[in-house]
Design a protein around this ligand. Structure first.
Ligand code: ADE
Ligand code: ZN
Length: 337
């Protein structure tokens, strides 16, 4: 491993944009399919890997929803989450806030609690074994109706001890944040944190809506903000974090080539950007690999990489004390390396 990759590997960091269903590695998918007597429409792990060739977000989503079909029991969700935890524990990820898509499961007869409890118990075990703190954010699927989202929020209300916030994901274009203004108002009233995917394929207007109408605390992706100077000014002034996902962006053709990734420009303009993996099993890398992909664009500069790690902690839904503790870890690491 070269020096900068070695530095990245040991750097303490948080992951704030990660769909747990997007961590489903083909090997595990085949194993759980067998356990549940499901026949996958692919002959082998290699054939499934080959299908991970996307021209846009929807190409990926079609395969992503097909993949999650295999998840049936609480143990399946536990095993999926545990496999992710083992990966990121080895990458010195210290805190995670993970998304799950309850509607992707409830709509095919798997109860809200089956998914939530499996994910939560793995995360609790991970906290004990790996000292990784965590939060769960449940996402509304934006291609479904407002009514569906309200029903999902109702299902979450008895589980406020396990769920810290709500998010919005799935097919962006044609499903603006405004569709969910009333659902988010209710979620906020119930004490949930809020985030939303915006500006991945959608226009800057969707980011404005997420901020002004949904009143979200972070924007997931947010790439298109750079097309709107007034929006950039607002995001910088309010220090709204963006959870940016480099390998996702190139895999889904949101960015044509990594060398043209907008992250350096975001940082230059004062945007509080963070690095995340989104759906690592589908996009070719976990958190370290996403830092590694961006690092050359920042001149392989350790201070710049440490800034990204600091941003990940200060953007997290954790106490000020916890933030200070993690920032001290980053500073100590930077001094020693
Ligand atoms: N669901 C999982 N990953 C997603 C992404 N990158 N954008 C929108 N919805 C998603
Ligand atoms: Zn995402």
């Amino acid at each position: 491993m070269n020096d900068i990759n070695h530095f990245i590997a040991g750097l303490p960091k948080a992951e704030l944009h990660l769909h747990i269903e997007g961590t489903f590695e083909p090997e595990l998918m085949f194993k759980l399919a067998e356990r549940n007597n499901i026949t996958l429409p692919y002959e082998s792990v290699e054939a499934l890997h080959k299908a991970y060739d996307f021209n846009e977000l929807q190409d990926f989503l079609d395969i992503y929803y097909q993949g999650m079909n295999v998840l049936r029991s609480e143990q399946d969700f536990y095993d999926l989450t545990w496999a992710y935890l083992e990966k990121v524990a080895a990458q010195n990820v210290r805190h995670i806030e993970i998304f799950f898509d309850p509607q992707g499961h409830v709509d095919r007869g798997i109860s809200f609690e089956t998914g939530l409890n499996g994910i939560f118990s793995a995360l609790q075990q991970g906290e004990q074994e790996f000292d990784i703190s965590f939060g769960i954010i449940m996402c509304f699927l934006r291609h479904l109706s407002e009514d569906d989202a309200f029903k999902t929020l109702e299902l979450a209300l008895p589980h406020k001890d396990k769920i810290i916030g709500v998010g919005l994901d799935s097919s962006e274009v044609g499903h603006p944040p405004s569709k969910f203004e009333r659902v988010y108002a209710k979620a906020r009233q119930e004490g949930f944190h809020s985030v939303a995917h915006a500006g991945e394929e959608g226009p800057p207007a969707y980011i404005w809506e997420a901020l002004d109408l949904l009143k979200v605390e972070r924007i997931d992706h947010g790439n298109s903000c750079l097309q709107d100077a007034a929006l950039v000014e607002h995001i910088v002034k309010e220090q709204i974090p963006l959870t940016v996902c480099p390998l996702s962006n190139t895999k889904l053709c949101v960015v044509d080539d990594m060398k043209n990734h907008p992250l350096p420009e975001m940082l230059k303009r004062g945007i509080k950007a963070t690095i995340n993996s989104d759906d690592p099993a589908y996009f070719g890398g976990y958190l370290n690999e996403n830092y590694q992909a961006i690092s050359p664009l920042l001149g392989d500069n350790k201070e710049a990489l440490a800034t990204l790690a600091r941003n990940s902690f200060t953007s997290a839904f954790i106490s000020d004390d916890a933030k200070q503790g993690f920032l001290a870890e980053v500073d100590a690491y930077l001094q020693a390396n």
